[in-house]
Design a protein around this ligand. Structure first.
Ligand SMILES: NC(=O)c1ccc[n+]([C@@H]2O[C@H](COP(=O)([O-])OP(=O)(O)OC[C@H]3O[C@@H](n4cnc5c(N)ncnc54)[C@H](O)[C@@H]3O)[C@@H](O)[C@H]2O)c1
Length: 243
């Protein structure tokens, strides 16, 4: 069976690193993001590794847009069997400044987006009796994070969602796991109003992670070797949270 993966938020950062690592395993890629230029760059990088790659530009938290992306992927690559829900917003906002609008917008992208992608893509996996869903959560949901109450809540939702979905699909060849990163040096983190190195020093390893560390965990969970692992939270966090 040809492996075909959707990676959301693939225009930069962890999504790009995940796409590159899956391409190294010979997996064809449907790359989704709002940023067309970044997507084109990622697609060119992974094609150099010998796999097919298509790009889908738009909001991957919108049901109609997702339906169009799935249709394009079917036409150009085939049925999807790996879904990496990586796209998210990671804004900092003190609780006293947090508005209902900011909360709703974040939940729509970080929590409802992965739900909608699963709704649209899991039927492909059921048909193939093989599938891998890997949701990128966050160590902030496990250990807390100042000025990120809405973000941590959305990522905690992702962890619970992943565990529950894993149980529902356990007999159908589909695994559902989540990977919570800690501080990984990406464009997204560099834009945050924090001193990344000072923050990273608060973790036992005292340094930020590399995008490749997250990508390797995702590639393992997407592999055949991981077919008895489901409902799992695979922390890649330099020791920040060890439970
Ligand atoms: N970098 C870290 O330290 C860190 C830590 C914990 C969790 N995470 C999680 O890892 C994932 C990737 O993080 P990153 O640092 O690479 O982020 P990033 O901001 O660098 O990249 C996110 C990508 O997602 C895209 N995106 C956002 N909303 C979208 C939407 N609605 N539709 C389509 N595309 C959308 C953006 O355009 C961007 O290309 C996120 O889920 C984030 O919450 C990252």
């Amino acid at each position: 069976m040809r492996k075909i993966a959707v990676v959301t938020g693939a225009a930069r950062g962890l999504g790009r690193a995940i796409a590159q690592r899956l391409a190294e395993d010979g997996i064809d890629l449907s790359l989704w993001d709002l940023n067309a230029d970044g997507l084109n760059e990622t697609a060119a990088m992974v094609r150099q590794l010998g796999v097919k790659a298509i790009t889908c530009t738009g909001n991957c938290a919108d049901a109609k847009t997702i339906a169009g992306f799935v249709e394009k992927t079917h036409a150009e690559l085939g049925k999807i069997n790996i879904l990496v829900n990586n796209a998210a917003l990671s804004p900092f906002c003190k609780f006293e400044d947090l508005t209902e609008e900011l909360w709703d917008n974040l939940m729509a992208i970080n929590l409802k987006g992965p739900f909608l992608c699963c709704k649209a893509i899991i039927p492909d996996m059921v048909e193939q009796q093989w599938g891998r869903v890997i949701n990128i959560s966050s160590s902030s949901a496990q250990a807390g994070a100042k000025s990120m109450s809405h973000y941590a809540a959305s990522k905690g939702g992702i962890i619970g969602f992943s565990k529950a979905l894993a149980l529902e699909y356990a007999t159908r060849g589909i695994t559902v796991n989540n990977v919570p990163p800690n501080f990984v040096n990406t464009e997204g983190l560099q834009e945050a109003p924090i001193d990344v190195d000072a923050f990273a020093k608060t973790t036992p390893m005292q340094r930020p992670g590399k995008p490749r560390n997250i990508a390797a965990a995702v590639a393992f969970l997407a592999s055949d070797d991981a077919d008895y692992i489901t409902g799992h939270t695979l922390g890649v966090n330099g020791g920040r949270y060890t439970n």
